[in-house]
Write a protein that binds this ligand. Structure first.
Ligand SMILES: [Zn+2]
Length: 271
């Protein structure tokens, strides 16, 4: 599944192809993905308009025009592939956006959990209105997140994976960031100290940045049209390592099932 580092890498790869370019053609091959595709709003707002920037909120990308922005989410299996033409297009290509004489962005998504939406000029859209802090946002500070946590008794892992609190953190990055910060995933969120939040934010950004750095910086490197090498592998310390030695203390990594998902941690290093 594409995680935040893949989406950020896609954003960086798309920028030189799309920024300050006019979208001159749009083709749709179906009317819905996870949600209906607002075709007329996209034609009105994106077609024949210049994309001024691409921003990211969690795992959403926003291609901004003077009339609003196209909102993309890759879901479970989505990819954006750059081709020199409309044809050939691979199976499960649901939409194509032409940006210059030789850039056709193909939105491909076999499982169709992704989405293509339109955010009006107001910037309001139900998919993004309630998103919490982006991990790289300057607004994510120890003080701000501690205030948001309040006296919450829910485990910190659930809290950081709740997109209304912090957006874009999947199971892997939740486990890894908590491990590096030395925080037990089951610890009640309200008991996390300012110093621990500070450490966690630093560790989260570190693991995400390492993954982004490993991913290559071009669409070709990232989204190979033929291939399976789409998603990054990161150097994991605890995720998927049950029973293996902790890199720090060499005790066996533990696994518990938490809200239906595996949680990996070190009983010695994470308090
Ligand atoms: Zn350990």
């Amino acid at each position: 599944m594409p995680e935040l580092p893949e989406v950020e890498t896609l954003r960086r790869a798309l920028l030189p192809l799309v920024k300050n370019n006019i979208c001159t053609e749009i083709k749709f091959f179906r009317s819905d993905l996870r949600f209906p595709i607002p075709q007329s709003a996209l034609i009105e707002g994106l077609l024949n308009n210049k994309v001024s920037d691409i921003t990211r909120e969690g795992k959403y990308l926003l291609l901004q025009t003077p009339k609003g922005s196209m909102l993309l989410h890759l879901g479970m299996s989505g990819r954006v592939v750059s081709h020199p033409s409309i044809e050939p297009r691979e199976k499960h290509t649901h939409a194509i956006f032409k940006f210059s004489t030789d850039t056709y962005l193909h939105f491909v998504d076999p499982r169709r959990f992704g989405s293509i939406s339109w955010v009006p000029e107001s910037g309001k859209h139900p998919l993004i209105d309630k998103l919490g802090f982006d991990p790289f946002s300057a607004e994510l500070t120890p003080k701000a997140i501690k205030a948001l946590a309040g006296k919450s008794r829910s485990p910190i892992k659930s809290f950081i994976m709740n997109s209304q609190k912090v957006t874009g953190i999947g199971n892997i990055y939740a486990c890894e960031s908590l491990y590096h910060a030395g925080i037990r995933p089951t610890k009640p969120t309200g008991k996390i100290t300012l110093a621990q939040w500070d450490k966690w934010i630093e560790c989260l950004r570190n693991v995400l940045n390492k993954s982004i750095a490993s991913g290559g910086t071009t669409l070709r490197d990232f989204f190979d049209p033929n291939g399976s090498k789409g998603y990054f592998s990161i150097n994991l310390s605890v995720y998927g390592k049950e029973g293996q030695p902790c890199p720090e203390c060499f005790q066996a990594i533990s696994r518990i099932v938490h809200s239906g998902r595996s949680t990996f941690f070190c009983k010695t290093c994470q308090k």
